[in-house]
Design a protein around this ligand. Structure first.
Ligand code: UT7
Length: 331
């Protein structure tokens, strides 16, 4: 990974702000989730725009030019358009990239780790030299602000990285282990009945179409339990298959959904607390952007250094999950 960057929109929403619109309290949100603030994009700032801002910075930090990018892939569950054009095409266009492949993937909060898996394969097969990967979310656009169990959890933001070819063993993505189980597809979903599941006949009966069906729904408690178990298993599996000890990891960067999940996983895998990166308190859950935003936080404050061995761990709707071991190679 040659660089990491992020973009945080400017509107800070506190727990107190939610107290004004739903039956909740700063105390409940803090205790159950660890979240204190999250940031929402402006009305005219789409998820692709957030992605462009992170991507521009990632490219300049990688010390390359826009023309050097061979492929753009974006992970998002809140794209500007329901089906096309992809956010990756919109991002490419605004960066000034032409005639290079660009596409989106749908792996919810595991999106960034899925992107790493793709980038690693493309780089190692010598298909491309510099790949721009972007996780970009305008989660506020799919929140039901009358559902207190979900609307307080999520935030907007974007993270981007440049993955480049290297011959140096200590600069590579060592491993990415991704998986999914659609059996649990209803744990976290955005029904979007205006999408492909709208039957031809019901199209003519508008009373069947409820606006709220396009908002995110979650079985929070069930998701919580399976998240802790899966995230911990993920770590044990990837460390074992690469013969790496947890003490060799410089930073553990898990998906930022809930501080209680992060702490529970940290305890199970036995990692020193000082190595666990936490940003959920500031940004809430920003889905595919949460891991790169957390990485950029420790890059910006000077903790993340070239050569650091990182362990990433993600979990999200689908259900999808995945982990990665990699060296950070940014300056
Ligand atoms: O990013 C993908 C992965 N995402 C996750 O893994 C998220 C996993 N889930 C969670 O983080 C937690 O389940 C939540 C934070 C969503 C909920 O916490 P919980 O401890 O599981 O609470 P609960 O759903 O069991 O609800 C407990 C109570 C309920 O009230 P009753 O039925 O006991 O009277 C809820 O209605 O808390 C109530 N509640 C709230 N109260 C105040 C739910 N949301 C709120 C709220 N404010 N915002």
């Amino acid at each position: 990974m040659k660089s990491i960057a992020s973009y945080v929109p400017k509107n800070c929403i506190t727990n107190k702000d939610f107290e004004r619109i739903i039956d909740t309290s700063d105390e409940w949100i803090t205790k159950r989730t660890g979240i204190k603030t999250r940031y929402f994009a402006d009305n005219n700032e789409d998820s692709s725009e957030l992605g462009v801002k992170a991507a521009n910075l990632a490219i300049s930090r990688a010390g390359i030019k826009v023309d050097d990018i061979d492929l753009v892939i974006c992970a998002t569950l809140s794209p500007d358009y329901l089906s096309m054009p992809s956010n990756a095409c919109l991002i490419s266009n605004r960066l000034g990239i032409e005639n290079k492949p660009a596409f989106d993937i749908a792996a919810a909060c595991s999106g960034f780790v899925y992107l790493l898996s793709l980038a690693k394969s493309f780089i190692e097969s010598n298909a491309y030299n510099n790949i721009l990967i972007v996780g970009a979310e305008k989660f506020s656009s799919i929140l039901d602000f009358s559902d207190r169990s979900t609307c307080i959890l999520f935030g907007d933001g974007a993270g981007a990285a440049v993955i480049g070819a290297t011959n140096n063993e200590n600069e590579r993505i060592i491993d990415v282990n991704i998986s999914a189980n659609g059996k649990y597809n209803d744990f976290l979903m955005t029904p979007r009945s205006l999408g492909s599941n709208l039957n031809f006949s019901s199209e003519f009966d508008v009373s069947n179409i409820q606006a709220t069906q396009s908002y995110v729904k979650m079985k929070g408690n069930e998701t919580f339990k399976i998240a802790v178990k899966t995230l911990a298993n993920d770590v044990e599996e990837i460390l074992a298959r690469n013969n790496i000890n947890i003490n060799d990891i410089k930073y553990f960067i898990p998906h930022q959904a809930n501080l209680r999940i992060i702490n529970a996983v940290g305890d199970i895998i036995g990692i020193d607390n000082s190595k666990v990166v936490v940003t959920v308190n500031k940004y809430g859950n920003t889905s595919s952007a949460s891991i790169p935003m957390a990485m950029d936080d420790i890059y910006k404050d000077g903790r993340l250094k070239k050569g650091d061995l990182l362990l990433l761990d993600a979990f999200g709707g689908g259900l999808t999950w995945g982990s990665s071991l990699l060296y950070f190679n940014g300056e």
